[in-house]
Design a protein around this ligand. Structure first.
Ligand code: ZN
Ligand code: ZN
Length: 144
């Protein structure tokens, strides 16, 4: 087992204006297939690392960060210069933050443990592994 106090994740945006660090063990690592992630990131899936909000800090370029609040009240935080999507703040849980795994500069010492909104996966980015799938309106419900 990794020492949780030693586990530090660091990441940055494409242009390097924004850097961040996170400590502690991820609460989850999820592949998300929802339309909002697809649109926001221009990608078939987005892999999110769920962490306590207090454990994640922008270490460079806080003033370069831009925010977009979706109709659901969720907040997307991204680099205003290069557009890299870095964080997602759920509307209903301000104690949690989701870090885009694609922005990490280090290996993630954790496995992906769930597909969320799995029933919305596109035919051009299908699920081909055995990782558990959740879906439905919340994206987290058990699928039949
Ligand atoms: Zn940038
Ligand atoms: Zn999503």
């Amino acid at each position: 087992m990794p020492d949780e106090d030693q586990a530090t994740l660091t990441g940055s945006c494409l242009c390097g204006a924004v850097e961040f660090a996170a400590s502690g063990a991820p609460r989850f690592v999820a592949h998300c297939h929802c339309e909002n992630c697809r649109k926001a990131h221009g990608a078939g899936i987005v892999t999110w690392v769920g962490l306590p909000a207090a454990s994640v800090a922008v270490t460079r370029g806080e003033n370069a960060c831009s925010r977009y609040v979706s109709e659901t009240g969720a907040t997307w935080i991204f680099c205003g210069s290069c557009g890299s999507r870095l964080f997602y703040r759920p509307a209903n849980d301000q104690a949690e933050i989701h870090v885009a795994a694609g922005a990490l500069d280090v290996d993630l010492d954790a496995n992906v443990n769930v597909h969320v909104y799995a029933d919305r996966a596109t035919n051009w980015c299908p699920i081909t592994d055995d990782i558990p799938q959740r879906g439905g309106p919340s994206g987290m419900e058990r699928l039949p």
